[in-house]
Each structure stands twice: as C-alpha cells, then as structure tokens.
Design a binder for this molecule. Structure first.
Ligand code: CO
Length: 150
C-alpha cells in the first residue's frame, strides 16, 4: 500500500530563511513553491534524494498550520507516503479502523490527489497519503541506481 516516503512536512515561521538554510547546509534543490490561500500556508518543496521536504509557513494565524505553530512552535508537522491508488488506500485505512481527516481525496499542491489521516490513529503523527504512479524503483532507475531486488 505505501510505496515510499513521499515527503516530510516541516512548519516554519520564516520560509525564505528556512529555504536558505536547507540550500546552504544540504545543497537542497528548490523544486516548487506556492501559496495555498485555502489552507492558509505558503509551501516550498526541496528535493531530498527520491523524497522531498515540504517547508510550510502559515499565511494566517487561524489556518491549520498557523494554529500548529502557535501551539507547538516550528517543527515536524507531517509525514507523507506515496500510494499508487489513493481511493483503495483510504478504504484499507478506514477498514483498519483509522480515523481519516479526508474521507475523500482532494487535490494537493503537486496536482495529485492527497488525503490526511488523523494523528491520533497513528501514534500522534499527522499522516498524508499522496497518490503517485511513480514507484520508488522507477525513481531509483531515473536517478541511475538499480534496486537490489525487485
Ligand atoms: Co504535505
């Protein structure tokens, strides 16, 4: 069901400074940056191997990320896993008794369907499912590394 870790979400208060640090310290490449007015955040995605880091800055104090930062301060916000069939993955998660934040998939910032699972179902970790038809093995081949067994 989960094909790989797709990205890790990190809440920040200064997006430009956070991007600068990830670039300076790790040579991370900025792949995408956009404001999501509906969710009240600005996000920057930086490449980390075959995964990404999503740095998120709240644009409003009353947005979900704004409330998170007000309550806990900047820090790890969510973990996102890639799935090839998000409708099937949500059905399996529901059948396993997980509480879903999104009963139906919605469009994420990469133009693919996403859904969130409530942190209380997964040990306090807000978990995002991202639909992608690209498997870790395919990404490995694209990056020039062959998986040991497939
Ligand atoms: Co995310």
């Amino acid at each position: 069901m989960l094909s790989r870790i797709h990205h890790v979400g990190v809440a920040v208060t200064d997006l430009d400074e956070s991007i600068r640090i990830y670039r300076a310290a790790f040579g991370a490449e900025l792949v995408h940056r956009a404001v999501n007015e509906k969710e009240g955040l600005e996000a920057a995605f930086l490449r980390a191997g075959d995964g990404e880091v999503e740095l998120m800055r709240p644009t409003r104090e009353d947005s979900p990320v704004g409330k998170f930062v007000a309550k806990r301060g900047p820090g790890l916000h969510h973990v996102a896993y890639a799935v090839t069939d998000i409708v099937g993955a949500l059905a399996e998660a529901r059948a396993a008794g997980l509480e879903l934040i999104d009963a139906e998939p919605r469009m994420g910032m990469h133009g693919t369907r996403i859904a969130f699972v409530h942190p209380k179902s997964l040990g306090g970790v807000l978990t995002e499912l991202v639909e992608t038809n690209t498997t870790a093995a395919e990404i490995g081949r694209a990056l020039g590394s062959e998986p040991p067994n497939e």
